[in-house]
Design a protein around this ligand. Structure first.
Ligand code: GDP
Ligand code: MN
Length: 401
């Protein structure tokens, strides 16, 4: 589960990480007011940042992060961001609507760093990933300069050790007071990561402000954060769960997850209903091999009920792009006859107006074939495929017509 930057900022504050002052607004007039509140003559060089609050990253590149130097500029920037969809390298090409902005006090940045904690599957532990090449494009750094990225596993039981924080801080090139400030932030972030069951806690950029008389080494703080949570842990994270923004969640994907289905919408036209993620991937590959384009990834799981499978058909057939459906089931724990009955129910409740190719193999396949044979009259668009290649050819031929 993902949350907005302004929510991530609140969590950082809760764990003690320094961040610039900020106010969330939904209209240009309030953005102007927020500027006046945040920008005082003495601090911040008379500058604020107006930031689109959407789940996609790379906002800076798409005009979703604007530096402003007056309340009037804040109002104008807010108007521009709110009135058109935001397109970044991480959004669909048509962009995403923006309804919320965060106006943050501008800081004078001396240098940008990258600091994140992610899950390292190889070590079965959280891992700190840090780089002095911070700022917008860490993916590019990882590709072109992998040696500039520091990795340090964290004990999931003991948390980050003080020597690890110091080591990372020195390797990042922090000097003087910065070492203590950066180390403290690493501990706070590690604490947040472990206590909130995060799957990712990323600060990009972590920054050092320009030196002042009060802070000759500058101040280390977080200017942007992205935090994701392990959905399997939400059951014990009520506060976190309540942060979910339903407008950022694909309605069909949410509907599917309520029925224990893993569904991901894609751009093609052939709906797929498969059990097992590996088989679902193989099925999508074989559809492509025969010239088709899958409309979705859908894994009904091992123990799919008739009800869940019926919902799966409902979700697939709701997609107006779908002009054919391929069912590929290898009955193991999931039984072929359950799927066959669900197909008959779905035909009655949802109706198959598009071609349907069914390929079943495994547990209770004989009974399943009988159910489908008997239902043929009710489902005129249905064909039964023998093996997967034959089934894929059938569905691509039926939808190409
Ligand atoms: P993202 O593009 O979605 O990752 O949004 P960020 O919040 O990370 O902003 C993008 C970039 O804008 C940062 O890497 C900074 O270079 C710059 N930026 C953001 N806030 C400030 C600020 O207060 N002062 C300055 N000087 N630059 C900022
Ligand atoms: Mn960023």
């Amino acid at each position: 589960m993902n949350i907005h930057e302004y929510q991530a900022r609140e969590l950082l504050i809760k764990f003690g990480v320094p961040v610039p002052a900020a106010i969330v607004v939904t209209n240009p007039m309030d953005a102007a007011k927020a500027f006046d509140k945040l920008v005082t003559r003495q601090h911040g060089g008379g500058m604020a940042v107006v930031k689109a609050q959407v789940h996609a990253g790379g906002r800076g590149k798409g005009g979703g992060v604007r530096m402003v130097r007056s309340s009037d500029e804040a109002r104008k920037a807010a108007t521009e961001i709110l009135t058109r969809p935001l397109v970044t390298p991480q959004t669909p090409p048509e962009g995403v609507p923006v309804t919320k902005l965060m106006v943050a006090a501008g800081v004078e940045i001396a240098k940008e760093y990258y600091l994140a904690i992610a899950v390292d599957r190889k070590n079965s532990a959280p891992i700190i990933v840090a780089s002095a090449e911070g700022g917008m494009d860490i993916e590019q750094v990882a590709r072109e300069k992998p040696e500039a990225i520091i990795r340090e596993p964290i004990s999931p039981i003991a948390g980050l050790a003080p020597y690890q924080a110091r080591k990372i801080a020195y390797r990042l090139g922090f000097k003087g007071q910065q070492v203590r400030m950066a180390g403290k932030i690493m501990h706070q972030l590690s604490d947040l990561f472990l206590k909130c069951d995060c799957s990712l806690a990323e600060i990009n950029p972590l920054i050092v402000t320009k030196p002042t008389d009060e802070h000759p080494d500058g101040v280390v703080m977080a200017v942007d954060a992205k935090i994701n949570f392990d959905e399997n842990a939400l059951i014990r994270q009520e506060d976190i769960r309540s942060l979910e923004d339903p407008t950022e969640v694909n309605a069909d994907e949410a509907h599917a997850s309520r029925f224990g289905l893993s569904y991901i919408k894609l751009d093609g036209s052939i709906g797929c209903l498969v059990n097992g993620a590996g088989l679902a991937m193989a099925t999508m590959d074989i559809i492509k091999l025969h010239g088709g384009e899958p409309a979705n990834f859908l894994d009904v799981g091992g123990s799919a009920s008739e009800e869940a499978v019926t919902e799966a058909f409902r979700i697939i057939l709701q997609d107006p792009k779908v002009n054919g459906v391929l069912v590929n089931i290898f009955g193991g724990i999931a039984k072929c006859d359950t799927i066959a009955r669900a197909i008959v129910v779905a035909a009655k409740e949802v109706g198959f107006t598009v071609p349907l190719v069914v390929r079943l193999e495994g547990t209770n396949v004989e009974e399943a074939r009988k159910i489908l044979e008997e239902a043929k009259a009710e489902i005129p668009t249905m064909q039964i495929g023998g093996d997967l290649t034959e089934a894929a050819k059938m569905i691509t031929a039926a939808t190409a017509a």
